[in-house]
Ligand binder design. Structure first.
Ligand SMILES: [Zn+2]
Length: 169
């Protein structure tokens, strides 16, 4: 296995002694994960594994290695909203297997915007909301970060964030 530069954090430099922590609750199965995935500039494999599991395709159970930049982006987003590391981000969708993505597309309706080459299938996207934070404010914070794609789905009650090209809809 290659370890080396891959273990170095890709995003904002992290001060020694600091931690990146994410607490996430899946709204579909009410499952929660709360894990430290980086500490003093190094990733924590156990924490990454817990978060990969928490962000798995909950429909099929498939676990994917999520983009670490996405995890860092969620931390930045939470910081931007001036929330603590224990604030639970509510997850509507994280990783999507090709099968799940295809069936959501076929279903249409609330999933009309599901793309054929979704960033969700690459482990680079999440659909989220944050208790006590309006969707409008969540979207504003995500746009201000400029870390990738931001989609606004007020009717469905979530904001999509991904680490793909900077764009919004
Ligand atoms: Zn999405």
């Amino acid at each position: 296995m290659f370890v080396g530069t891959a273990a170095i954090l890709p995003l904002p430099a992290m001060a020694m002694g600091t931690e990146w922590r994410l607490a996430i609750r899946n709204v579909h199965n009410n499952e929660s994960v709360d894990a430290v995935f980086a500490r003093s500039g190094r990733f924590v494999p156990e924490g990454l594994a817990e978060l990969n599991h928490g962000l798995r395709d909950w429909r099929t159970g498939e676990v994917f290695q999520m983009d670490r930049k996405l995890l860092a982006l969620l931390v930045s987003l939470r910081d931007k909203l001036e929330l603590t590391g224990r604030t639970k981000i509510e997850l509507i969708s994280g990783y999507r297997s090709p099968h799940t993505n295809a069936s959501l597309r076929a279903r249409g309706g609330a999933h009309t915007g599901v793309a054929s080459q979704s960033q969700h299938m690459l482990g680079k996207a999440s659909d989220i909301k944050v208790p006590g934070v309006s969707l409008d404010r969540l979207r504003g914070a995500a746009l201000a970060l400029g870390g990738g794609g931001v989609g606004y789905y007020p009717r469905d009650g979530f904001v999509h964030v991904d680490t793909g090209r900077v764009r919004h809809w």
